[in-house]
Design a protein around this ligand. Structure first.
Ligand SMILES: NC(=O)c1ccc[n+]([C@@H]2O[C@H](COP(=O)([O-])OP(=O)(O)OC[C@H]3O[C@@H](n4cnc5c(N)ncnc54)[C@H](O)[C@@H]3O)[C@@H](O)[C@H]2O)c1
Length: 359
């Protein structure tokens, strides 16, 4: 892996970003800032105040917020705008937003003239601990999540907690879904943290660095997901199927919420395949129900979900490979799971949550 992908936190991030902006200006490099309407309104003024207006006068590219806009049409609009503006290969794209913005910005930057530099300033919890780190870019296509994309490392990622102040509570909780994943795959202490219930968001700041650093360590060892990096997909095989299913039906389900539900199902598989202590599943079930609005599905959805899981890009040669847990902090990958067990798992999930919903 190249020296790209440096992550800076807090004050160090702000100082470094200021230096970068001075250099872009002195080198005559064009600077573009990708935002959506919310980060334009809430985060752009904060960013200007943090870095000072003097060296910061980017051309702003705004797209509409939301997963439904992470598509080819939006990418096409951005390519068009860059083309019409005559943007050269030494330009820099700075993204300011959540995972939709960093995925889209990374994708457009990786493809425009075969690649211009991209740097991310994540503004959601999920972006700070996951989406902005690791160089996976992508758009949704034909109903499949992240179906078209590339691996393209950002030059730098600036994690600045100030932006979290304006983040909506539901997105905050959604980020907690991915944060819990780091508890399962690497840092079990995260699973016991009170930060999940800290409405002031003060406590969670310390966890962001832990999770972001964990991701960086993993992707540095395995940038192209040949092995170890797969553990970052814990909860994602079923979680992505839930997400694609909801997207197709126009249901409102956020990424972190889908992963939180996917982890519940994949913990059940972990008990069956990897002898995970059933207590871990029980405790997580309680936490999941406290933190999230349960994602309810009906039996009729099972066939469609199975199709989506089969189509999952992680399943080489139609083998249903999962990341499962032996214990919190001990994830194992490439565990082949029988389709009949996935079916049983989905039925268990449906019964569990629908029962709870009725009680
Ligand atoms: N590339 C990766 O490795 C990776 C990893 C995980 C998730 N993702 C992707 O990330 C996306 C989800 O990201 P997300 O949860 O950050 O959602 P998001 O990008 O949709 O942002 C959430 C919402 O909050 C708004 N917003 C963002 N920051 C704000 C702030 N500070 N104040 C006020 N409003 C703000 C946005 O406009 C949006 O409406 C999904 O598309 C998912 O596939 C990618």
């Amino acid at each position: 892996m190249s020296s790209k992908n440096t992550i800076l936190f807090g004050k160090a991030a702000i100082e470094d970003l200021k230096q970068e902006l001075i250099m872009f200006r002195s080198d005559g490099r064009e600077l573009f800032l990708l935002v959506d309407e919310n980060t334009h309104k809430h985060c752009f003024p904060v960013l200007k105040a943090l870095v000072g207006k003097k060296n910061f006068d980017p051309a702003v590219l705004e797209i509409s917020s939301g997963e439904q806009n992470k598509n080819l049409r939006t990418a096409g609009d951005l390519w068009s705008q860059l083309t019409i503006a005559g943007v050269k290969r030494d330009a820099v794209l700075l993204t300011l937003g959540g995972g939709v913005i960093s995925d889209m910005g990374g994708f457009v930057a990786s493809t425009y003239k075969r690649g211009i530099a991209v740097m991310h300033i994540p503004t959601t919890l999920l972006g700070m601990i996951d989406a902005a780190i690791g160089g996976k870019t992508g758009i949704d296509f034909m109903g499949y999540k992240n179906h078209i994309g590339s691996f393209y490392q950002p030059e730098k990622v600036f994690v600045i907690p100030e932006f979290l102040k304006s983040l909506d509570q539901r997105y905050w909780r959604s980020g907690m879904g991915e944060l819990l994943k780091y508890g399962f795959i690497k840092h079990p202490e995260l699973l016991k943290s009170d930060a999940f219930f800290d409405e002031n968001r003060e406590e969670a700041m310390t966890l962001i660095e832990l999770a972001a650093t964990a991701k960086l360590e993993i992707i540095t060892k395995d940038p192209l997901e040949k092995g170890l990096r797969k553990i970052l997909n814990f909860g994602h095989t079923i979680g992505h199927a839930f997400e694609s299913f909801a997207l197709g039906k126009g249901q409102d389900l956020l990424h972190g919420e889908a992963i939180a539900a996917g982890m519940l199902a994949e913990l059940w598989l972990s008990v069956k395949y990897c002898k995970l202590n059933v207590q871990v599943l029980e405790e997580y079930k309680e936490l999941y129900l406290k933190l999230f609005q349960p994602f309810l599905i009906q039996e009729e959805a099972i066939d469609e979900l199975m199709q989506l899981i089969l189509h999952d890009k992680k399943n080489a040669a139609q083998k249903l490979n999962f990341v499962l847990l032996k214990a919190p902090g001990k994830a194992v990958f490439d565990i082949a799971v029988e389709p009949s067990d996935i079916d049983a798992c989905l039925r268990w999930y449906i019964e569990l949550l629908n029962e709870d919903d009725e009680s």
